[in-house]
Design a protein around this ligand. Structure first.
Ligand SMILES: [Zn+2]
Length: 73
């Protein structure tokens, strides 16, 4: 017997419509996906000095660049 997957945000069982192709996996919805992203980024930035929006954009640019380099290799 396979136990149902639970959404890591709201802990509701994921419906059969939630698959890796649905875009929000492993969350039950786009909303939970965004909540998790927000929590993650807040936790990350909470341990360093508060960043201005410009600094956040700069940080995202750096991280995006790293990821792109990784994909090209
Ligand atoms: Zn959820």
């Amino acid at each position: 017997m396979i136990s149902p997957r639970l959404c890591p945000v709201c802990e509701k069982p994921l419906g059969p419509e939630v698959t890796s192709e649905s875009g929000c996996f492993p969350f039950c919805s786009r909303r939970c996906q965004q909540i998790d992203l927000l929590r993650w980024s807040q936790g990350k930035y909470a341990i360093v000095e508060p960043l201005s929006p410009d600094q956040v954009m700069e940080q995202l640019d750096k991280e995006g660049g790293k990821e792109l380099e990784g994909w090209e290799e």
